[in-house]
Design a protein. Sequence first.
Length: 307
Amino acid sequence: MARNVVTGGEGFIGRHLVAALCKRGDEVIVIGRPGSTRGPVPQVSDVLRIDLTDRPALDALFATREVDAVYHLAARTRRRSAADFSDWTDSVAEDLAALVTLVAAAAAAKRPPRVLVRTGSIAEYGAAPLPYRETGPVLPDSAYGAALSAGTTYMLAMAPSLPFPVATARLALTYGPGQSPDFLAAKLLTDLPRGLPVMVSRPEDRRTLVYIDDAVRALLRLAEHPIQLVNIATEDVPSMRELAHLVAELSGADHALLRFGSMAGPPVTLRSDTQLARSALGWTAQYDLRAGVAHCLARMRVECLAS
């Protein structure tokens, strides 16, 4: 039985990954934020409240537990812009320093893990030319994207000195059951079936999305076949208007519930090239957008009836 450490295991992607690891019989240790009030993570062996910049605490973890794989998912995906630039300084500590400290502690262990898999983001590319390719430039335009991009650079630079490979999955916008309604896809999937109106502020923006089950499959595969950097996305690049109407159609909601804002500036498109995922990782999405939305809605109905 493999033993895994999952940082961010109490979050949206983390909970789905933890469930998949437990389903196959693995032992899972979740590292959560100190002071977090999130609900319990079912089936895990332990939940440890560790600040990921606390090197002694991480050293103690790896000294007392022999770990096979580390999945690093902890990151603050939503940062509000701050006049004093604290969103940027906080991202250095919470995202970049946490990653480097975690990797350093794992590498210094008497028995290091065999692999570390981390989630990057399509946000790392920012204003880079389309389609986004792993070998192309990155021009992040947010603290979140900049911190993750810096983390990717650090991992590539540290790789020759590490006793294990670090694999980075640059995920497209991921959606599925249990996601916070702060994200548009989740809000559409949650509110429209309830007959609640939803405002789509930038309806002509286009985004590559990936269903949570496909994202988890990619992370598990990366642990077995590590690639330093790979895009995980689908070929669908819907406008947010198209996404909203698709959710309304598949949920049986009245399309009149949808409200569309006036665009300020030109539409923005985020689209990742997935050739490397197919050729080197052997991964392709099992769910296109329509199938993913339909599957998500079905699972949410079941969960609602069970609660």
